[in-house]
Design a protein around this ligand. Sequence first.
Ligand SMILES: Cc1cc2nc3c(=O)[nH]c(=O)nc-3n(C[C@H](O)[C@H](O)[C@H](O)COP(=O)(O)O)c2cc1C
Length: 180
Amino acid sequence: MSRIIIITTSLRAKSNSDILAEQLLAGAKDAGHDAELISLKGKEIRFCIGCLACQKTQRCIQKDDAIAIADKVLHADTLVFVTPIYYYEMSGQMKTLLDRLNPLYSADYRFRSVYMLSTAAEDEDFVPEKAVSGLQGWVDCFEKAELTGSLFCGGLTAGGEAAKAEAHLKAAYEFGRALR
Ligand SMILES: Cc1cc2nc3c(=O)[nH]c(=O)nc-3n(C[C@H](O)[C@H](O)[C@H](O)COP(=O)(O)O)c2cc1C
């Protein structure tokens, strides 16, 4: 059993990626994992200001919602980042959070596996590539961890469409079941 933190980063009501994240969560729980879903909706996560104080203290000087998320990430075995594709990249809020996890860089973090689930309006294989590459860059800096897998669910435009996308719902659930 792994302690899994799933961070869903869309701020949209009826978010497609949230719907798929719920399926992923169900799959992970059914596989026996201790899984928790965290949404960035309503959270205050300021930009990293690059002071690097965190490299001495393992804490960020900015007191906002990134502190509690970083604490959960620190103690997780497995991370899943869920994002809509924005201009062929991860969402800005996901990138902002990755930067604010910088206190973990010099900490005794536990996670070894990192995954990504992405959604987009287009459905071609190339659409998530830069987002996956961006997350790979973050994971490369955490040498004890690896980007273990990613799932792309394309062809989703309007909010809530994912609820009727049977193949994507099933794929997200199975993706959750296969997490390690
Ligand atoms: C600012 C912005 C940029 C987007 N850029 C892309 C894109 O580059 N390629 C694409 O296929 N869809 C793009 N989309 C569409 C979203 O990825 C798509 O609607 C997705 O289902 C949104 O997920 P969500 O409902 O979880 O927020 C963009 C949407 C927004 C709001």
